[in-house]
Design a protein around this ligand. Structure first.
Ligand SMILES: NC(=O)c1ccc[n+]([C@@H]2O[C@H](COP(=O)([O-])OP(=O)(O)OC[C@H]3O[C@@H](n4cnc5c(N)ncnc54)[C@H](OP(=O)(O)O)[C@@H]3O)[C@@H](O)[C@H]2O)c1
Length: 258
């Protein structure tokens, strides 16, 4: 997978996150059973957050929960097919009495290699858009109103450099994936503007994790899943003040162009 990096981009904050900085917080993480979502879950759990994992495959989910438990991290999980708006609504119903402080939309699927626009079957278009764009929208619709009401919350969407207009986002191929990620970037910026760009307590951001060693990224990717998750965790745990920037695309704790 082609990736671009921004050697000129300067990290906003290079400090190590404070121990227990997420104590008392609950993080709901889609795609939390493996890869970058699982790495983010582990990192946030280590900072004190209670973790709620959402993934599709019950056995992989169980394995992820066991791993968190082995590390003494507090967690629970739900097997949900995020392609189904009804299943997401049912999850929201189950969690209606749970205060969610952090929502991470990390679940994702890659396009077929042959998915140039004119060769993309309708079913493939829907498969990729459902998980990479529609599911984050439904998760936001169900779990963000409570954050708005409390004037407190963080939403972190996991995008890709392949969705960037300033990068390889529009250079052709993998059409459903690139277009879904460009849409996820647009959803982030639009929602952030609607919520006062962080001024009303709810921060909405999107991350480019870089090419990572996961089932999606393959074993020869240059970064670990933990490295890909680090900016997600930082966005969840960073301290907020009047100069805090929100509503951006981030890579390695730096704002990068859309
Ligand atoms: N890895 C990279 O190099 C890279 C680069 C740029 C961006 N990203 C983005 O980073 C995010 C995480 O990628 P990753 O590499 O960690 O992927 P991954 O290892 O393939 O994991 C994908 C996760 O998404 C979940 N998922 C997929 N379809 C689902 C469905 N229908 N319902 C519920 N959960 C579903 C999987 O759950 P199950 O285990 O149940 O299937 C799994 O937890 C994605 O959004 C991806 O586009 C990755």
């Amino acid at each position: 997978m082609a990736e671009i990096h921004n050697p000129g981009a300067v990290a906003e904050d290079t400090a190590v996150l404070a121990e227990n900085s997420l104590l008392g917080k609950t993080a709901l993480i889609t795609g939390g059973s493996r890869g970058i979502g699982f790495a983010a879950a582990k990192q946030m759990g280590e900072l004190g957050a209670k973790i709620i994992l959402v993934a599709q495959d019950p056995s992989r989910l169980e394995k992820a929960l066991e791993e968190l438990e082995k590390n003494s991290l507090v967690s629970q999980g739900y097997a949900v097919d995020l392609a189904s708006a009804e299943a997401i609504a049912a999850l929201a119903e189950k969690l209606k009495d749970t205060e969610i402080n952090i929502l991470v939309n990390s679940a994702g699927v890659m396009s077929e290699k042959t998915a140039k626009t004119l060769r993309t079957e309708n079913a493939e278009w829907h498969r990729v858009l459902d998980i990479n764009l529609n599911a984050p929208f439904f998760m936001v619709k169900h779990f963000v109103p409570q954050m708005v009401e409390r004037r407190e919350g963080r939403i972190i969407n996991v995008s890709a450099c392949l969705g960037r207009f300033s990068g390889p986002g529009t250079s052709g191929g993998l059409a459903p994936y690139r277009i879904a990620k460009a849409g996820l970037n647009a959803l982030t910026k639009n929602l952030s503007a609607e919520l006062g760009s962080g001024k009303r307590g709810v921060l909405v951001d999107v991350v480019c994790p870089g090419h990572c060693q996961t089932d999606m990224g393959g074993p020869s990717a240059p970064r670990t899943a933990a490295e890909g998750a680090e900016t997600i965790t930082w966005l969840a745990a960073r301290e907020v003040n009047e100069t805090t920037k929100s509503g951006h695309l981030w890579e390695d704790r730096a704002i990068v162009p859309w």
